[in-house]
Design a protein around this ligand. Structure first.
Ligand code: AMP
Length: 308
């Protein structure tokens, strides 16, 4: 099934306790499409870059089956730039710089072939752009998921609340869920967010896994305990790409399948953090992915030894 992904395609400066990387490839849509490309070859992207963005990186996305017709390249302009620094606790990071550049005045234009995707992943970028994409669709996708971050809650809360009314699933991290809902408890936060629109709420907790809430049901997926984590950048987007890629592949919106999708998202995120930038996502094989899924099964599998 087809998956349309929207989000930033960017340059990042990253500082972690293990090193620095300057002007590496990043952006929500980059991570989402790379992760999803392991599950579906019917992938389209809506985004914008300046003419400073390396052509070979765009060709690479194409070589992974990503249709780039909806990616605008703005002559004489600079790509979105983000800089972040991680603390020793890699769940904590500071944004050092966000330069919107091309994103400041971005009006997405959906090619005709993009107007009826089966699935839509609205990755992190301006909420008004996320809404503009929904408005251009000719048919409502079977499932619309959205990711956002504190930056947009601080600068564009009203339009974020507006777009939330039109989606099915929100995928955010724990701090963002607390900021959005005003609730500390994630259970209460999910309830408040359900009332804002999304029927499904996925709350990512970094190295502590992810929770899926729907209609009073909860599922928890652990994060795989990893010996080496170099760079958590993009883990959230990679999770979203794996989650939606798996749903697009299976075309099954039952809660049982959503649970599997959360595990696939977590598995893809566990690869992402093993190297800087998108490097690890470029070199995966289906065999490696399957092996990692098996590790997740092993991690949570136990015999309860009780009678109910
Ligand atoms: P994550 O670690 O999953 O939150 O995603 C990090 C990626 O998001 C980086 O590659 C950045 O380029 C991108 N990013 C950072 N800030 C923003 C923002 N305000 N809007 C959209 N994308 C962003």
């Amino acid at each position: 099934m087809s998956l349309l992904a929207v989000g930033t395609v960017a340059f990042d400066d990253i500082e972690t306790p293990f090193g620095r990387a300057e002007r590496v490839i990043g952006g929500a849509a980059t991570y989402i499409t790379l992760a999803a490309s392991y599950f579906t070859d019917n992938l389209k992207i809506v985004s914008v870059v300046g003419d400073d963005f390396p052509k070979e990186e765009l060709s690479y996305l194409e070589s992974r089956g990503v249709n780039l017709e909806g990616l605008q390249v703005k002559a004489g302009e600079k790509s979105f730039f983000w800089a972040g620094r991680y603390h020793d606790n890699l769940n904590d990071r500071d944004t050092l710089d966000t330069q919107l550049n091309v994103l400041a005045d971005f009006h997405p234009v959906l090619p005709d072939s993009y107007k009826s995707p089966a699935y839509l992943m609205l990755g992190n970028l301006t909420p008004a752009v996320q809404k503009a994409v929904i408005e251009q669709l000719e048919e409502r996708p079977k499932f619309i998921a959205l990711d956002t971050m504190n930056f947009w809650m601080d600068t564009a809360m009203e339009s974020l609340l507006d777009v939330l009314k039109h989606i099915d699933g929100l995928i955010i991290n724990d701090e963002e869920a607390r900021q959005l809902s005003g609730e500390h408890s994630l259970v209460k936060a999910a309830d408040v967010i359900h009332d804002m629109g999304p029927k499904y709420v996925v709350i990512k907790k970094g190295e502590h896994g992810a929770l899926l809430f729907e209609g009073g049901r909860v599922f928890f997926a652990p994060a795989l305990p990893l010996a080496e984590v170099y760079d958590p950048t993009g883990a959230g987007d990679t999770f979203a790409g794996g989650f939606m890629g798996y749903i697009a592949r299976t075309d099954d919106l039952s809660f049982e399948n959503m649970k599997r999708a959360v595990i696939y998202g977590s598995a893809m995120a566990s690869f992402c953090v093993e190297k800087f930038s998108v490097e690890r996502l470029k070199e995966l094989s289906n065999k490696e992915i399957n092996k990692r899924i098996a590790q997740f099964v092993e991690l949570v599998n136990f015999d309860a030894d009780i009678e109910l």
